[in-house]
Write a protein that binds this ligand. Structure first.
Ligand SMILES: Cc1cc2nc3c(=O)[nH]c(=O)nc-3n(C[C@H](O)[C@H](O)[C@H](O)COP(=O)(O)OP(=O)(O)OC[C@H]3O[C@@H](n4cnc5c(N)ncnc54)[C@H](O)[C@@H]3O)c2cc1C
Length: 378
């Protein structure tokens, strides 16, 4: 059991509730839903009703008003049971950011439904021709009377076809970041066409697909902030989102470590539990150290955010380190189980497949290194 130091008594209660939900609602279902590649919409709704879909936002808008640090502990616990569900919480929380931080009074009236989890959100930045170079995006929004007409294609959109609303980053002006805006689009808008889900390596119960925008008319009052601020909104949302991905990585790595330790204590070779061989014990020790270091870096960045200090470089470091650690720890967990690690009877092969995506989403780890390097030489 991980020893956690939380800022309030309320936070301890929240973590107890999260563990209860993770053990009772997530753990029994994950294997089936992953095998069927089915999105657990009802499970996500249950988390919404328990107040877990709007944790870091103010209560006046229907959020949980928790420090970001506490929200990340919650995500970590969820991810240790079912990464796709933790990702759903993380992506939804990220998707509420544009309207919360930049929306006018009218748009903000939507927040209670978003933060209460009745409506599910998605964040549409990446496109088929480029994810890393997001400022080159080509999806266009052309003003026509009281609406913007959206044309283009987004790629790799988590919750495509399941979400109730899409934050669509689109071009309303010239080339580069200054020409980008953000539209808060209702998923039922004619001309918004989610494509069939991709067949992914892992997190198969998390739907990911392209979305084609074919003359979709989005009312002008759905513009978030103003024309031209979309890129800034997208990047600020990602700073917070990257901490969510880091917390997911810590939870996944912790699950792999726990499973590997339990197995190594039971499995015997040469007449002794394999945990007693120093070669294996050192491997477990390195895994445990990686998990602790990843958690510490992630929570340190969250505390900066909670204190209102700049945190985007620290968030990039946390995302980079925690997701690389998750890849290494889950790969080592497979090794600890030997041949049994390579088959689906044990969850560690799934953990290893799942870790990979965390090194790619919300800015690949090469892009995190770019962010960190730029901060050093600025
Ligand atoms: C399962 C899944 C879910 C996703 N969910 C979402 C979502 O909800 N919303 C969304 O908008 N996007 C989402 N994405 C997209 C994700 O953010 C992109 O895949 C990612 O940003 C990389 O973009 P790309 O795939 O186009 O790769 P590319 O940008 O083509 O990169 C290819 C390779 O080149 C490297 N590279 C690129 N530029 C540089 C550089 N300057 N220096 C060094 N190396 C570089 C990259 O690191 C990578 O290794 C998701 C992706 C996946 C796989």
């Amino acid at each position: 059991m991980v020893t956690r130091i939380l800022p309030t008594e309320e936070a301890y209660q929240l973590l107890d509730l999260t563990r209860e939900l993770a053990d009772g609602e997530l753990a029994p279902r994950v294997a089936d839903f992953e095998a069927r590649a089915e999105f657990p919409r009802e499970v996500v709704r249950t988390l919404g009703r328990a107040g877990l879909l709007g944790l870091p936002y103010p209560q006046e808008y229907g959020g949980g008003e928790q420090p970001y640090e506490v929200y990340l502990h919650v995500l970590e616990v969820l991810a240790s049971r079912w990464l796709a569900v933790a990702e759903a919480v993380s992506v939804h929380t990220l998707s509420c950011f544009p309207v919360f931080a930049y929306g006018g009074d009218e748009l903000r009236k939507q927040l209670p439904e978003l933060l209460g989890g009745e409506l599910l959100g998605a964040y549409c930045l990446s496109e088929p021709q480029g994810g890393s170079d997001a400022a080159a995006l080509a999806t266009r929004a052309t003003r026509d009377g009281d609406a913007y007409v959206l044309d283009g294609t987004k790629a790799w959109i988590t919750h495509a076809g399941q979400a109730d609303f899409y934050n669509v980053f689109c071009r309303t002006g010239g080339p580069g970041p200054a020409g980008i805006s953000c539209l808060f689009a209702d998923a039922a808008t004619p001309g918004i066409l989610p494509q069939p889900a991709e067949r992914t390596m892992g997190v198969r119960s998390s739907p990911v697909a392209q979305i084609v925008f074919d003359g979709a008319r989005v009312p002008v009052d759905r513009l978030v902030g103003a024309e031209g601020v979309g890129f800034r909104i997208a990047m600020q949302a990602l700073d917070s989102g990257r901490l969510g991905i880091a917390a997911c990585a810590v939870g996944l790595a912790q699950a792999a470590l726990d499973y590997a330790v339990a197995y190594a204590k039971e499995r015997e070779q040469f007449g002794r539990p394999i945990a007693e061989f120093q070669g294996l014990g050192f491997m477990l020790a390195d895994m445990a150290t990686q998990v602790s270091a990843a958690r510490a870096l992630t929570l340190a960045a969250a505390r900066l955010r909670d204190a209102g200090r700049p945190y985007s470089t620290e968030a990039a470091k946390a995302k980079l380190f925690a997701t690389d650690a998750a890849m290494r720890v889950t790969t080592d967990a497979v090794q600890v189980l030997g041949g049994y690690g390579y088959v689906a009877d044990h969850p560690v092969e799934r953990y290893m497949r799942e870790a990979k995506v965390l090194q790619i989403v919300e800015g690949t780890n090469q892009i995190q290194r770019l962010v960190i390097a730029r901060s050093l030489t600025r």
